[in-house]
Design a binder for this molecule. Sequence first.
Ligand SMILES: *Cc1c(COP(=O)(O)O)cnc(C)c1O
Length: 340
Amino acid sequence: MIDLRSDTITKPTRAMRQAAYEAEVGDDVYGEDPTVNKLEEMAANTLGKEAALFVTSGTQGNQIAALTHCRPGDEVILEANAHIYLYEAAGFSALAGVQSRPLQGERGAMDPEDVAAAIRADDIHFPKTSLICLENTHNKAGGAILPLENMEAIYQVANKNNIPVHLDGARIFNASAASGISIKEYAKFTDTVQFCLSKGLGAPVGSIIAGSNNFIEQARKWRKRLGGGLRQAGVIAAPGIVALRDNVDRLVDDHENAVRLASGLASIKGLKVENIVETNIILVNVKDAGFTSSDEFLEKLTSKGILAGSYGPLTVRFVTNYHVSKEDVDKVLTSVSSII
Ligand SMILES: *Cc1c(COP(=O)(O)O)cnc(C)c1O
């Protein structure tokens, strides 16, 4: 099977398994796991933040950000198609007790003027705006890169109003690989950042949340409260170290494959690539190829040994990842042609 459903399907490399096997460990709730400590230090340095925390998932990292930055009854500004808003089971309201204020963006980027206008005035009727969330790359917008200038402009608005900015950077390494802008540059226009080790970087488990020492101290307590305090976690942190060491530079391969796949698909009659492919996600509309649903297309594709995801009634999503080679991309194109 050639699996293009997601970059979360990536399985740990040999080097990751070896690192897990050999990891030096201790009780991380006591702060005594040297491998976790090393990963957190490495992540903080990469982001240019004072401190970082290893968390079980991207969702947990984002939830901890809301729990730490906000109080129940506060309001959070985010983009209308943000992962936090669409795909985290309303955790912001269920756990942090905050109200989301979604703003429609352009390819995932909110207009800084809209953000400024959405910030609540001090009024007895209003909730307090206590967080602004950004997402880079933007998942629902098809892996779109948030322009650095957009992040900077929103950060300035936030600073002027004393509101922290949290970046859901699940795929910030993809943004950096594609744009050539360093992770630190992106992180400069944020107060806190979450990124996933378990997507294109290929680690089996985990995310990082980073920010100031003071933020991470409080975040650590929230992680414990959520049941995310882990013991000999070096075993799962070690593959994360390998991910940051070995798998960052190769993300460009995924992007090259994505462009190759997208241009091939676009040349097949009836298929329409819906997004501008900047990173590793391709959204394809199958309606004009005579399909009545994305599932119908996917069923035929599966029979050819290829997996992709449904991303709407008539939209199919392909995500390149390190198990997919250039030759696989060509096989996919041949197979898609054959089912149309
Ligand atoms: C995958 C993803 C998350 C959540 O990460 P999990 O580890 O699956 O919980 C958050 N934000 C974005 C943009 C994502 O793509």
